[in-house]
Write a protein that binds this ligand. Structure first.
Ligand code: MG
Length: 158
């Protein structure tokens, strides 16, 4: 088994759609970024690359590369998942914590878990997504952005 950890943060930006965990959340401003700025999928992808000791998401998909402008982060995760499979591993489980004051994520958690399970070709029961706030402190407390922490365990397929 191998463990990986990922962390990412993106600031809010008006006029963009909010992508979080591979789904679009309506009725709230989006996040700023070179890609679609899906901070949750970025943290998860970073955790998976970390588990493989293959660097970070930025080294695989540079934010200076026009190819990744407004890129669908689900596709980046799918590419990373291919590396997991190529090396003979499968997903054991993932645990993801989203830190945001708003929007409230509870109504969206089931859909996000299903989407991630679909992208990682595993049962939904292997994917945990939790949400918390920053108790109004710091940049998250001021509703300037969203941070995500992700840990994953991968195991030899068999
Ligand atoms: Mg990012």
């Amino acid at each position: 088994m191998r463990i990986g950890f990922g962390y990412d943060v993106h600031p809010f930006e008006s006029g963009r759609r909010l992508m979080l965990g591979g789904i679009e959340i309506h009725g709230f401003k989006g996040l700023k970024g070179h890609s679609d700025a899906d901070v949750l999928l970025h943290a998860l992808t970073d955790a998976l690359y970390g588990a493989l000791a293959l660097g970070d998401i930025g080294s695989h998909f540079p934010d200076t590369d026009p190819e990744y402008k407004n890129a669908d982060s689900a596709k980046l995760l799918a590419e990373c998942y291919g590396e997991i499979i190529d090396r003979g591993y499968e997903i054991s489980n993932a645990d993801i914590t989203v830190v945001a004051e708003r929007p409230k994520l509870q109504p969206h958690i089931a859909a996000i878990r299903e989407r991630i399970a679909q992208l990682l070709h595993c049962e939904c029961s292997r994917i945990s997504v939790k949400a918390t706030t920053s108790e109004k402190m710091g940049f998250i407390g001021r509703e300037e952005g969203v941070a995500v922490h992700a840990v994953v365990l991968i195991k030899e397929a068999g």
